[in-house]
Structures are given as C-alpha cells and as structure tokens.
Design a protein around this ligand. Structure first.
Ligand code: NAD
Length: 337
C-alpha cells in the first residue's frame, strides 16, 4: 500500500488559486497519495481570521512538516509585513533553493542549468527599520556567522549530493566589508571542507552582467537574502520567465515549497497564468517526500509539453489558458507513469 502524505496547502491570492488548481490535477495524475490540509495566509486570512498568518496555519505546517503554497500579495510601503518573510523566519526555513534551467524552444538562453541558494532568514529582510530624524530612515542589514555558515554548508552539501561541480558566492564585500565580508569568510571556511567542489567568488554587479552574457559558467550560486531575491528574477528571465521557475524553502524541521514568482495581480483572474512553475515546485516537493519516480515524471512531462510547442500560455508566446496548460502537463504525466 503506497504511503499517504499529509501536506499543508496554502493557495495564496492573485493567481495562486488558479495555478494551485492545475497543480492538484497533476498530483491526481501522478498517482501519489497526498492528503492536502488547506490553510490561509495574507489578506484572505486577515479578513477571515484577523491575522495574516493564523495560528492554525502555523500549527498545520508544524504538524505536517511540509507545505506547498501559492503566492501571497504583500502591501507596498505600508500594511502587514510580508507573510512569506514571516513564515520563513518563524519556521527557520533558512535555505531558499531555486533550480533554474533552460527548456528547448522557450528559453532565451540554451543550456542554463544552475541552482540559486539564497539565505532566507536575515540580511535587509530582518525588518529592522526606523526613522532616526525627520526625513532620515535606517534599514538594518543583519548578517550572522550562524546563518551564513548554515546556508554555505547547505549549498555545498546540496552540490555534493546532486553532482554539482562549483559553488560561486556572490557578494558586495568591496563596499560592505563587515557584513558581506563575514558572509564570505563563512563560505570560505565551509568550502575548505569540500575540496572536490570548486569555490569561486564574484561581486554582485559583475555577476549580473556575467549571468546575462555567459550564464552557463554558473552552477550553484550562494547568496545573501536580498541579492538572492533579485538574482532569482534575473535568472528566471534567462530561461523564459517567472512562469517557469520553482522553489523550496527548506529548514531542519520543515519545508515550504513555493515558486519564485509573486501573485501577478496584472493577470490574476484572467485564466492566463502559467501553472508550470508551481507544477515544477510540486516536483521538488515530491522529491523531498521521497516520491522520486513521480517527481521525475512531472519534470519530464513539463519538458515534453514545452518542447512540443502546442500548448503555451501567453507569457511563453502562446494563446492557451492556465487550465489548458495544466491539462496538457497532467495528461503527459499519466502517459509517462
Ligand atoms: P510577480 O512575480 O507577481 O509578477 C511579475 C511579472 O511576471 C508580472 O508581469 C506577472 O504577470 C508575471 N508573472 C508572474 N508569475 C507568472 C506566471 N505564473 N504566469 C505568467 N506570468 C507571470 O511580481 P510583482 O508584480 O513584483 O509582485 C506582485 C505581488 O506578489 C507583490 O505583492 C509581491 O510582494 C508578491 N510576491 C509574493 C511572492 C510569494 O508569495 N512568494 C513572491 C514574490 C512577490
């Protein structure tokens, strides 16, 4: 009898519910047994429960240890703190893992195959901001030895486990000598424990230029929180856009899987969002749950559908809807298994 997994599902808002519906179709055709426990976060939760992350949502993730989540809108400038940032901190999901790869026919650059390893709990996302005098504000960038060491350790261990050859730490230690300097010092210390994996460093502005001109030189990118956030979207642009890049927030006890993209309010409710990123995010989650065969089938199904160029959402230059894309992938998964 196959195992039944229990997983918390947070659909989120914006395009979240539309893309999650397609992800659930793929779960059904992959034949894996997952009991989804629905939970809420963000504006929807605020209206229903008067809290942006209700205690029940946190309790559900803690009970199930694994969650998959659609995007959640964060008010700009005012309003509640990003629930994404809060969840990552509260659950100590310190590693944000984002594999970025080219797909034939849709990606601007062929042969990109890199993994972003973003520190997920500190840096300028510590949320420490204050006005020190009228018209003068400070945002504090927090970098600690503990968090920098554990993300470096995670990046090198991941590289070893997945047969990756190189880790590149990306920084601005020429300017932020103490904070980014500490991040590099920790990365160098961990690099010494993994002599078979090449270790290089690159200043973040140069790294952005190199990513655009010669992306195939990169393998695993090790970054602080803010650089990781920005470079993730840049890398998504290299391979066909945000509709294609999955992600996982991983900690020692819990894991919350979510795509790189946000709630895309400009296309929400129009039925044209690309569900591929959340479907690839599902593949990452299946791998984490030990459902290797199903995970591989989902990844292969996505490749096949993209390569066939028959069904494509508008972000990929096509005219198909979100459900049509989801159906095509789900059908392909069934054929492969
Ligand atoms: P976004 O990622 O939502 O959208 C950027 C652009 O990419 C938009 O043009 C959008 O239409 C397009 N896009 C994104 N995902 C797509 C998909 N699956 N298919 C087709 N097109 C897609 O970024 P934004 O507009 O800067 O942010 C919107 C909101 O999302 C903000 O409130 C932000 O805070 C939030 N956000 C949430 C998360 C998360 O929940 N993990 C991540 C990033 C941003």
């Amino acid at each position: 009898m196959p195992k039944t997994h229990r997983v918390t599902l947070i659909e989120g808002d914006g395009i979240g519910p539309e893309i999650c519906a397609e992800m659930l179709k793929v779960v059904a055709s992959a034949g894996v047994r997952i009991d989804f426990e629905r939970a809420y976060a963000g504006q929807i939760a605020l209206e229903k429960f008067k809290e942006s992350i209700p205690a029940a949502t946190l309790a559900s993730i803690k009970r199930n240890r694994v969650a998959i989540k659609g995007p959640v809108t964060t008010p700009i400038g005012t309003g509640f703190t990003s629930i994404n940032v809060m969840l990552r901190k509260k659950l100590e999901l310190y590693a944000n893992v984002r594999p970025v790869r080219s797909y034939p026919g849709v990606s601007t650059y062929p042969n990109v195959d890199l993994v972003i390893m973003r520190e997920n709990t500190e840096d300028l996302y510590s949320g420490i901001e204050h006005e020190i005098a009228p018209g003068v504000v400070e945002s504090i960038k927090v970098i600690t030895r503990l968090a920098s060491t554990r993300i470096a350790e995670y990046a090198f261990s991941y590289a070893k486990k997945h047969g990756r050859k190189k880790v590149t730490a990306i920084h601005k230690a020429n300017i932020m000598k103490l904070s980014d300097g500490l991040f590099l010092e920790c990365a160098r210390g961990i690099a010494k424990k993994f002599p078979k994996i090449e270790y290089t460093e690159m200043i973040v502005d140069n790294a952005c230029m190199q990513l655009v001109t010669r992306p195939t030189q990169f393998d695993v990118l090790l970054l602080e929180n803010l650089y990781g956030d920005i470079v993730s979207d840049l890398c998504a642009g290299l391979v066909g856009g945000l509709g294609l890049v999955p992600g996982g927030n991983i900690g020692k006890k819990y894991a919350v899987f979510e795509s790189v993209h946000g709630s895309a309010p400009d296309i929400a409710g129009k039925g044209i969002a690309n569900p591929t990123a959340i479907i690839l995010t599902l593949a990452l989650m299946l791998e984490y749950l030990g459902e290797t065969q199903a995970s591989l089938a989902v990844q292969q199904a996505v490749s096949k559908v993209l390569q066939a160029k028959k069904v494509r959402t508008p972000d990929l230059g096509g005219k198909n809807t979100c459900p049509e894309m989801g159906d095509a992938i789900a059908k392909q998964v069934k054929r492969l298994l």
